[in-house]
Design a protein around this ligand. Structure first.
Ligand SMILES: [Fe+2]
Ligand SMILES: [Fe+2]
Length: 307
């Protein structure tokens, strides 16, 4: 099975980002994967997401999406005060947008393609280490971008406790990052448990927006190495506790990564912010779209019989 993946299209960030999407689709048509995975951060605007996902319509493969933090932002304080929140986007608007445009909303509808199961979650973080020591992060680079991202989440990611809606003159209270992470981790654990019990499923791919393992974080400092891990360690433990999980696809950080964590291959291939990137779209796509092969038992049996 060939799985093509990328993340962080950020189409609202620059003209370059928007213009890359049709090129991505053209390359995918040639690559012709069995599965295409988008691991979040298209845009805070639902209209942008709708338009972007629609551009992938010519692809006949299975298409899976998991939202990123920017996709669940509610960019209006007035709307937030009225109770429109990130849950509404996560559980209602975004799954609808996916279905309308030929993508499976993996975080609400786990899927199976032959013997491979696909499970998804935004993979929210409990807390961001390094966020309190802001000064040491400096003003440039990936660490600074992660700090800005966390500030923006505090303002626009709005996981509301609806039982507090209607407090006099005040908007609803927000749930803590710890609570949100715990809730999504529970759901992910349940979905993975279902995959473990399904005898037709031999291997499982988990798609999250935030990285599930600390080694996927952002390394800062030269002498004393320190990592900023914008994810939940619990998410990683859940992945490792289910023996069928072989592959983790994530996003959020804007550098590529491909490593092994206790037998699970963990990959990331984000587009990121292209405002300053003056290369030809073709070269960007070459770098920012990854395809990996997942060998099934049937493939391997065929291989051995040929040998
Ligand atoms: Fe991003
Ligand atoms: Fe993100």
């Amino acid at each position: 099975m060939r799985i093509a993946f990328c993340s962080d299209l950020h189409v609202d960030i620059s003209k370059n980002n928007w213009e890359l999407v049709p090129h991505l689709v053209e390359v995918l048509k040639v690559v012709s994967p069995d599965v295409f995975v988008l691991a979040g951060d298209i845009s805070p605007e639902l209209g942008d997401i709708e338009y972007a996902l629609d551009l992938f319509r010519p692809l006949s493969c299975h298409k899976f999406f998991v939202p990123g933090n920017q996709d669940i932002w509610v960019l209006s304080e007035e709307m937030q005060e009225k109770g429109h929140d990130s849950y509404e986007k996560y559980y209602f608007f975004l799954p609808e947008v996916c279905r309308r445009n030929g993508f499976v909303p993996l975080w609400t509808e786990p899927a199976r393609v032959g013997p491979v199961g696909f499970v998804g979650s935004i993979g929210w973080y409990e807390a961001l280490p390094g966020f309190d020591g802001q000064d040491e992060l400096g003003d440039a680079g990936e660490a600074a971008r992660l700090r800005d991202s966390a500030w923006n989440d505090m303002r626009w990611a709005c996981w509301c406790d609806i039982s507090t809606l209607g407090r006099e003159g005040l908007g609803p209270l927000r749930r803590s990052n710890e609570e949100v992470a715990r809730e999504f981790n529970l759901r992910l654990d349940q979905d993975l448990e279902d995959m473990e019990r399904d005898s037709q499923i031999k291997e499982v791919v988990v798609v999250t927006h935030f990285p599930p393992f600390p080694p996927l974080g952002c390394w800062i400092g030269d002498e004393e190495e320190k990592v900023i891990f914008p994810g939940s360690r619990e998410t990683g433990s859940i992945l490792l506790s289910h023996r069928k999980v072989v592959l983790s696809i994530s996003g959020h950080l804007h550098d590529k990564s491909d490593l092994m964590v206790s037998g699970v291959r963990a990959v990331r291939c984000p587009v990121g912010y292209l405002g300053e990137d003056h290369r030809k779209p073709q070269s960007i796509v070459e770098e920012r779209l990854e395809v990996i092969q997942l060998w099934s038992e049937a493939d391997l049996a065929r291989g051995f019989s040929l040998a």
